[in-house]
Design a protein around this ligand. Sequence first.
Ligand code: PLP
Length: 411
Amino acid sequence: MATINDNYLKLKAGYLFPEIARRVNTFAEANPDAKLIKLGIGDVTEPLPAACRTAIIKAVEEMGDRATFKGYGPEQGYPWLREKIATHDFQSRGCEIEAGEIFISDGSKCDTGNILDIFGKDNKIAVTDPVYPVYVDTNVMAGHTGDADDSGKYEGLVYLPITAENNFTAEIPSEKVDLIYLCFPNNPTGATASKDYLKTWVDYAKANGSVIFFDAAYEAFITNPDLPHSIYEIEGARDCAIEFRSFSKNAGFTGTRCALTVVPKTLTAKASDGSDVELWPLWNRRHCTKFNGVSYIVQRGAEAVYSEEGQGQVKALVNFYLENAKIICDQLTAAGLTVYGGVNAPYVWVKTPNGLSSWDFFDKLLNTANVVGTPGSGFGAAGEGYFRISAFNSRENVDEAMQRITDKFKV
Ligand code: PLP
């Protein structure tokens, strides 16, 4: 008789987005004329940059000609893309990352989950609370946790609260942890990390033999010149960190799919016999065995991000969403709400007023302004009392949503 991976039964049945959909549907049935504006989802709305489209179309034509047709490419990605990423995203910022340390993939979601394949079962794992749910669920699937308690916390994980009190930056835990997920600019709080702050984690990881998983999916939204874009801007990070990046949010590739993971060749972890083993060959083996590369067409599209034209267009796209975020921050503040994030990030993290729970605030916003956001408690117990508003939307929707909140929403 076949058996299942029982760990899947521990997963809390995707509660957040189905519950949002249920409440929105109930409201829409009772108020068929209401025009709902959804500012809840982290998906982009604006079209692919022209430079990417042109490159993709050219690549499609090449695939139609026997002389330029491409079959399987290198699993790790084409060298011309890896070189451009290494030079532009890392070396230009003083990071000693080579093209050979960059693995092209079809998404940071997959990479942040798949990375666990090369680590042991007994690592102590730390996540922030609130957190991008993929980090938690993939650890549950891999059998790294016990069951969840009533607040949704899984036994065995170390939760590091991030709240206004600590400026949404987790404190170093008192107990020793082996794997740490850090995400900056942060989803869902929109918080950023200074070099000094990241250095405390790099120092901790080096002192304890830990590995940091650094998710930089939103690095393009950093406008403050003092903030680091990569963990490798911190001295010593090559020896203790893996970084994840994506073309989803800077170049609008959520539906096109292209991302990258950096595994430095100097990074090691312990084998069960106590010896130090390099992680690069393990990830390379994993990647080549379970993945057959991102399509040539898509990689050409991603390469165009680094052309002069592409750079300008990506910057314009990011600025557009950042302007949305500014409008949201300004208008919500004017309406009497306290907001965080939204400056070097596309997410605005709102403190719910008058002690309202995240879900009560959701209902209030839905009923008074017909605006949908995401309850902070859905990202973790410490997200209770907060609410996420996404800047990924058309200007028209953002303006109208904010106007309605200013007009109708009384704190
Ligand atoms: N990491 C974070 C923090 C995210 O918020 C997201 C998407 O919302 C991802 C990774 C997923 O990126 P990708 O589209 O490359 O899978």
